[in-house]
Design a protein around this ligand. Structure first.
Ligand code: SAH
Length: 249
């Protein structure tokens, strides 16, 4: 009897150690390769978001399209945390390049994320900082950053991969002035519309997170045109990196 209890305890602790990784994209284009390679898919809709639970590279995952913007990202991530026993979060997608070193289709892996449109500075807080917190930036997980960087270098080559701050806001940025402001205010490398919201939720749940973004545009006056031309290539780049990451985890 004692042996059986011991065995059961061991078994349950081993089972609870197994990862379930949430993989999030904002748009269909960002998750399509992932869905096409998933096995044993069970799908469920909650609050208008379809969650695909199953196996990818033999790992337990839940993949979903959050929808665009911070509210969509935060709500769907919260549902994943509450309903799917998630213990790691990877966001995959496209972004506008801020840093001059970046070319379209290059990749930025987040070390930090900031909500660039969060502003209570009139009360003396830092731009981007949520009142009550000291830092404006949310940190990504060191281990996930390393795995993402290595995988990105394998998939795209070393000279196309950077690690840096990703800025998030409910705006599609398409002008040079804002690009310069995001760089000088936050040291941002890339700008998008979901990452810091996902990282905010992940940090509240004390769950490791990383955001991977391939550049669809340069967030300048031609951003909307470049975006249309490159969104699919960039989205695929990022998804391929995630698949490589899973094989290393
Ligand atoms: N074409 C879409 C809108 C895309 S919004 C439609 O109308 O359905 C841009 C998406 O790509 C967001 O999910 C955002 O995270 C990312 N993105 C790419 N370039 C961006 C930029 N320059 N500024 C902000 N977000 C950008």
């Amino acid at each position: 009897m004692k042996k059986l209890t011991l065995l059961l305890t061991l078994l349950t602790s081993t089972l609870s150690l197994a990862d379930r990784i949430a993989i999030i994209g904002a748009m269909d284009s960002e998750i399509k390769i992932l869905l096409s390679q998933m096995k044993n898919i069970e799908q469920e809709e909650k609050a208008s978001v379809v969650f695909y639970k199953g196996k990818l590279e033999n790992k337990d995952v839940v993949v979903f399209k959050s929808g665009i913007g911070k509210v969509n990202a935060a709500m769907s991530t919260t549902i994943a945390m509450e309903e799917y026993d998630v213990n790691k979060i990877i966001f995959t997608g496209v972004a506008g390049a801020i840093n001059n070193n970046l070319n379209i289709t290059d990749v930025v892996v987040s070390d930090y994320l900031v909500q660039h449109d969060y502003d209570t500075t009139v009360f003396g807080t830092k731009k981007g900082a949520v009142p009550g917190s000291v830092d404006a930036k949310f940190s990504a997980d060191k281990n996930l950053i390393n795995i993402a960087k290595n995988s990105a270098e394998k998939v795209l080559g070393k000279d196309k991969v950077y690690v840096g701050t990703i800025a998030t806001g409910d705006q599609f940025i398409a002008d040079k002035k804002t690009v310069q402001a995001l760089e000088s205010e936050f040291g941002a490398w890339a700008v998008e519309m979901e990452g810091a919201a996902v990282a905010h939720v992940a940090n509240l749940y004390k769950t490791p997170v990383v955001v991977i973004r391939s550049m669809s545009d340069k967030a300048d006056g031609s951003a909307h045109m470049n975006y249309n031309d490159f969104v699919n290539i960039a989205a695929d780049n990022s998804a391929k990196i995630v698949i490589n990451m899973l094989s290393q985890m």
